[in-house]
Write a protein that binds this ligand. Structure first.
Ligand SMILES: C[S@@+](CC[C@H](N)C(=O)[O-])C[C@H]1O[C@@H](n2cnc3c(N)ncnc32)[C@H](O)[C@@H]1O
Length: 376
């Protein structure tokens, strides 16, 4: 394998030379630096002690967690032997020290922090380390569902589970049957598909967690660059699980773009998308801490600060209006998003931009008022 060395955050990383990222024997996507940046920020706020990067590839994520956050013990695991060997190389490169071989499949580096490189199926490692990690990160190819059960047993009962899903075509309804199979949920097509997809993903974790009497609170969740990301704080107890389950429900959208949603175990009317999470997509207190942390942070990706700010400032109500889709559906002219937001605010409503689309708004104004703004 031929390598090139890249810098990301405080980490130096050897990555395989390849024409296209998916051809490389070990995966590294520079675009995901934004995902890793936001995760570093989250870890700086949460200060977890024991962290697992369960699907580590080059090790970039776990190494950044070790170098840029207060985490004391970080495990970097991959099932692929080439990835494991590269993780070892990258750990040596960044720590300037040799590791101690525990077995053919496990090497520890005990410098200021304890770092462990591990070669195994993530599900087997997570089953071995029962209720061990304070922060557990799942960053798979495609869907995280095959890892959810063991992850929810390996993370502590008040720990945090971070999940990435890159199977956007599935969660956004391009492959409806795959969404039914993997998430047991009906997706929706059209302008709400990304927000609904994110909510289907969170709703799935809530259902998996409930059987272990675990509740789920969303610290932060977003859609970006064709992937979903959610940081989910667990809470322990049957009541907590019931409370989280009660936030699941269904979404309906008519031809004009009017959407309605309703919490409930089963849908009340036909044509529903879901079940999906209808609760908040961020925790307000956590957002404030994140905002403070952002001030002293040097991101690796040039859009991280702007994007994180959009998330922090976004009005947290279920669903949004895409002004272009709304205009098209109702035979109206497109108006500037900033003007619509200003006018809604003048009328006493809350309204902000949303990270889901540059042409969309989040508002607590009723559908007719938003249409009125387009007509005006
Ligand atoms: C998307 S890549 C991870 C990228 C990495 N987290 C980052 O931020 O650059 C997914 C990785 O999961 C590994 N993988 C796939 N199935 C696995 C399994 N069952 N157990 C452990 N690793 C697995 C693959 O070898 C691949 O390296």
């Amino acid at each position: 394998m031929e390598f090139i060395q890249v810098r990301e955050g405080l980490a130096k990383i050897l990555v395989p030379k390849a024409e296209r990222i998916y051809d490389a024997p070990v995966f590294y996507n520079p675009l995901m630096a934004l995902n890793r940046d936001t995760s570093v920020l989250v870890l700086r706020v949460l200060k977890p002690e024991k962290v697992l990067d369960a699907l580590s590839a080059t090790g970039v994520r776990g190494i950044r967690y070790a170098l840029e956050t207060p985490a004391e013990e970080v495990w970097l695991n991959d099932i692929n032997e080439e990835a494991f060997n590269l993780i070892l190389k990258n750990l040596q490169l960044n720590l300037g020290a040799e590791g101690k071989k525990i077995s053919e499949r496990r090497v520890t580096f005990q410098e200021e922090k304890r770092l462990v490189a591990n070669l195994d199926d993530a599900n087997r490692l997570m089953a071995e380390k029962f209720r061990y990690f304070d922060f557990l990160d799942l960053d798979p190819f495609g869907s995280p569902v095959e890892f959810l059960d063991t992850a929810l047993r390996s993370v502590k009962r008040r720990g945090v589970l971070a999940v990435t899903a890159t199977d956007t075509g599935v969660l956004c309804g391009a492959y409806k049957h795959a969404c039914l199979r993997k998430y047991l949920a009906e997706p929706i097509r059209g302008e709400l598909c990304h927000e609904a997809g994110l909510r289907i993903l969170i709703g799935t974790v809530v259902r998996y967690a409930a059987k272990y009497d675990l509740g789920v609170e969303v610290l932060l969740a977003y859609y970006r660059d064709h992937y979903f990301r959610a940081f989910l704080k667990l809470s322990s107890g049957a009541r907590k699980a019931d409370k989280s389950l009660a936030r699941l429900g269904y979404l309906w959208q008519d031809g004009n773009g009017r959407s309605t949603y309703e919490e409930g175990f089963l849908p009340e009317k036909p044509g529903a998308a879901g079940p999906m999470w209808l609760g908040p997509l961020k925790d307000e207190g956590f957002s404030k801490e994140l905002d403070k942390e952002l001030k002293g942070f040097e991101p690796a990706h040039k859009k991280t600060a702007e994007f994180t700010r959009t998330l922090i400032e976004e009005l947290d109500v279920p669903f949004h209006y895409d002004t272009h889709a709304l205009a098209r559906r109702n035979g109206l002219e497109v108006r500037k998003v900033s003007v619509i937001i200003e006018r809604l605010r003048e009328r006493g409503y809350s309204a902000t931009r949303t990270h889901f689309s540059p042409t969309a708004i989040k508002t607590d104004a009723p559908f007719e008022e938003v249409l009125e703004m387009l007509r005006a």
